[in-house]
Design a protein around this ligand. Structure first.
Ligand code: AMP
Length: 186
C-alpha cells in the first residue's frame, strides 16, 4: 500500500521541471516524461491500483486533460467506468457546469448530467462512488469545482487523488472529500 522510498524516487525523478512555463515564476511539472517511462508509469499505476482496489468504486472522474490519462488507466485496471470532467463547451450531451476563479477571471468545468447513472445512482439505486483524479493540485480551485459537479449530479466523491500536491498552497483545505497525493512537492 505505501510506496517505498525507492519507488517514490523512481516516480519523482521521472517528472521534469520546466521553469517559467507558462509564465515567469511558475515551475511547470511536466508528466510527459513520466508517461514515456514504462518503469515509472507502472510503479505509479501499481500503487494506485493497490490503494483503490478496496474502495469499491463505481467510477473514476478525470480532470481535463492530464487527469484523463491517469484516470483512464486506473479505471481500466479496476474494472470501473471513466468520466471526463471537461473544460466548458466540449461535451455534446446535456451538461452541468461549475465556475471557479483563476488568478485573473474565471474558468468553468462540465460533466454530462447522466455520467454517473440516472440522478448519480448506480444500478443498485445507491449513490455512485466516484474517485476524482488529476495530475496535480495547486490552489485546489479546479478540483473543488470538479468535486462540486460530482455532488451536483447526485453522486458521491469518496476521495480526490493527485500524483503531485503543491502543499505550500494548501489547496486540499477547500476540498470536502478526503485528499490523497502520491508526492508532496515543496
Ligand atoms: P489548481 O486549480 O490551482 O489546483 O490547478 C490545478 C490544475 O492546473 C491541474 O489541472 C494541473 O494540471 C494544473 N497545474 C497547476 N499548476 C501546475 C504546475 N506547476 N505544473 C503543472 N500543472 C499545473
Amino acid at each position: 500500500m505505501t510506496l517505498t522510498p525507492e519507488e517514490k524516487t523512481i516516480i519523482l525523478d521521472s517528472i521534469r521541471d520546466i521553469p517559467d512555463f507558462p509564465k515567469p515564476g511558475i515551475v511547470f511539472k511536466d508528466i510527459t516524461t513520466l508517461l514515456n517511462n514504462p518503469k515509472a508509469l507502472s510503479t505509479l499505476m501499481d500503487h494506485l491500483t493497490e490503494r483503490y482496489l478496496g474502495y469499491d468504486l463505481d467510477y473514476i472522474a478525470g480532470i481535463d486533460a492530464r487527469g484523463f490519462i491517469f484516470g483512464s488507466i486506473l479505471a481500466d485496471r479496476l474494472g470501473v467506468g471513466f468520466v471526463p470532467v471537461r473544460k466548458k463547451g466540449k461535451l455534446p450531451y446535456t451538461t452541468v457546469a461549475e465556475k471557479y476563479s483563476l488568478e485573473y477571471g474565471f474558468d468553468e468545468v462540465e460533466i454530462h448530467i447522466d455520467a454517473f447513472g440516472e440522478n448519480g445512482c448506480c444500478s443498485t439505486g445507491e449513490r455512485s462512488k466516484v474517485l476524482l483524479m488529476d495530475d496535480l493540485i495547486a490552489t485546489g480551485g479546479t478540483a473543488k469545482a470538479a468535486a462540486n459537479l460530482i455532488d451536483k449530479v447526485g453522486a458521491h466523491c469518496v476521495e480526490a487523488c493527485f500524483i503531485m500536491e503543491l502543499g505550500f498552497l494548501n489547496g486540499r483545505e477547500g476540498i470536502e472529500a478526503p485528499v490523497y497525493s502520491v508526492l508532496e512537492i515543496d
